[in-house]
Each structure stands twice: as C-alpha cells, then as structure tokens.
Ligand binder design. Structure first.
Ligand SMILES: NC(=O)c1ccc[n+]([C@@H]2O[C@H](COP(=O)([O-])OP(=O)(O)OC[C@H]3O[C@@H](n4cnc5c(N)ncnc54)[C@H](OP(=O)(O)O)[C@@H]3O)[C@@H](O)[C@H]2O)c1
Length: 213
C-alpha cells in the first residue's frame, strides 16, 4: 500500500520503473506533505516532473545510483529539486555512501552522470567479458580468465582512487619501452578505444535526455 508506506515514513525512496512513475505519484499525491523527503532513483525523471505531480512544495531529490551498489561499491550522484533543503542532500548522500561513493551535482549534469557511471558498469562488464574471452583464446580456463580480468579491473580502479596519480601516469608507470604493455596499448589505440568510449558515454547521455523528454 504505497499511500500507507508514505504516510508512515519520513524519507521515501521512489524506485519504481520510470514508466510506472505517473501512476505511483498520483497514488501518493495527497499524503506527500512537505514534512517528507522524496528521493527518486528513476533514470530520466526530472525533479520538476516529480514536484509537479506531487502536491504543493514537496522536498524532492533525484539520485542516479549504479548497480555496483549491490557489492557496496556503487557510484552515485544526487541533485536537488526546488524545495529540498541542504540537509536533505546530506541524508541522501549518507544513504548512498553506505553502498559506495556519492556526490552532489547540479541537475543539469544528471544526463552526463547517467551516461558515465549510471550505464558505466555495463561497459566494464563488457570489457571484463572481452578480456576473459581473450584469455580463453590463449589457453586459460574461463573461470581463471574471468577472475584475472575482473580483479585487474578492480585493482586498477582502486589504485586510481587511492594513489591520487593521474591515470596516464599510472599507465606510463607500467609501460616499458618496447615491452608487452606497449604492444597491447598500440592495438587499443589503433582500435580507437578512447574515441569509442567517449562516443558511448555521449550516446547514453543523449538517450537519457531523450527519455526525460
Ligand atoms: N538497476 C540499476 O542499476 C539502476 C541504476 C540507476 C537507476 N535505476 C532506477 O531504479 C528504478 C528501479 O529499477 P530496477 O532495475 O531496480 O527495476 P526493478 O527491479 O523492476 O524494480 C522496480 C520495483 O518497483 C516495484 N513496483 C512496480 N510498480 C510499483 C508500484 N505501482 N508501486 C510500488 N512498487 C512498484 C516492483 O515490484 P514488483 O517486482 O513486485 O513488481 C520492483 O520491486 C528505475 O526507476 C531505474 O531507472 C536503476
């Protein structure tokens, strides 16, 4: 019973699919008083749209989490609606920080966040899958190849976050002249991996904007 759930709560996380938002907001409209904080995680649904669907001056925040929250390593951004207070953002950041990293952004940057970290785990899964296939092709068992690929991604990401060094510096640190890594990197550059990743994030951000209408 959504109405009762909202009545009984101080903070409500709106986590239904975007297409179910209109019916759900209609259901809770009359109990959505300004004493309550609404945090939406729906992709492409603006705070403006939620505020208009709820009554009077609702405190609304919009968050874009990602699936890595399931492993406690999520990356999320939070944007404030017109009536949400500064400490509302702190509540949302505290909730999302419990399952990874959370930052505040201006809502106009939400499509960029969606294209980068919202959709990002799928890009990383695809890369892990491809590295695994490459390992298998070279004779590693699938299980071992997948472990090595995933741990390499995880370890590199952790080093990036903890070392405070630019990713290019870290890359240069492990690239000896005429060595194995230089040979691999040359192939990646020939395949235009940078431009491809940039185009992927741009396409996802564009799609997020389209879905928001
Ligand atoms: N998955 C992600 O990584 C991710 C990342 C960022 C944002 N999001 C956003 O998170 C939201 C949920 O996505 P999801 O992938 O987790 O989808 P999901 O697994 O299908 O979850 C949707 C949930 O909403 C419930 N629900 C549907 N209609 C409802 C209604 N009228 N009243 C109350 N509950 C209702 C569903 O319950 P039943 O199963 O019982 O129908 C289900 O538990 C979406 O808005 C999505 O844009 C997801």
């Amino acid at each position: 019973d959504n109405k009762k759930a909202v009545k009984d709560a101080d903070i409500i996380i709106l986590a239904v699919k975007p297409q179910n938002f209109p019916e759900t907001l209609k259901e809770i409209r009359l109990v959505a008083t300004p004493s309550k904080l609404f945090i939406s995680i729906a992709a492409g649904v603006t705070t403006d749209c939620i505020e208009k669907a709820l009554s009077k001056t609702p405190r609304v925040l919009r968050a874009m989490p990602n699936v890595a929250a399931l492993a406690g390593e999520g990356a999320a951004a939070v944007a404030r609606g017109h009536f949400a207070r500064k400490d509302d953002v702190q509540y949302a950041l505290a909730i999302l920080n419990a399952v990874g990293l959370a930052v505040e952004v201006d809502e106009k940057l939400m499509d960029a966040v969606t294209g980068l970290s919202g959709s990002g785990p799928a890009y990383c899964f695809l890369i892990i899958e491809a590295l695994t296939d490459a390992g298998v092709q070279l004779g590693l068992t699938r299980d071992l190849a997948e472990k090595l690929a995933a741990q390499t991604m995880l370890g590199s990401a952790r080093l990036c976050l903890t070392s405070k060094q630019h990713p290019a510096q870290l890359k240069n640190m492990v690239t000896s002249p005429g060595g194995t890594t230089a040979a691999g990197l040359k192939v990646l550059e020939e395949g235009k991996i940078r431009a491809t990743l940039m185009a992927a994030v741009e396409a996802a951000a564009k799609r997020a904007k389209e879905l928001a209408g």
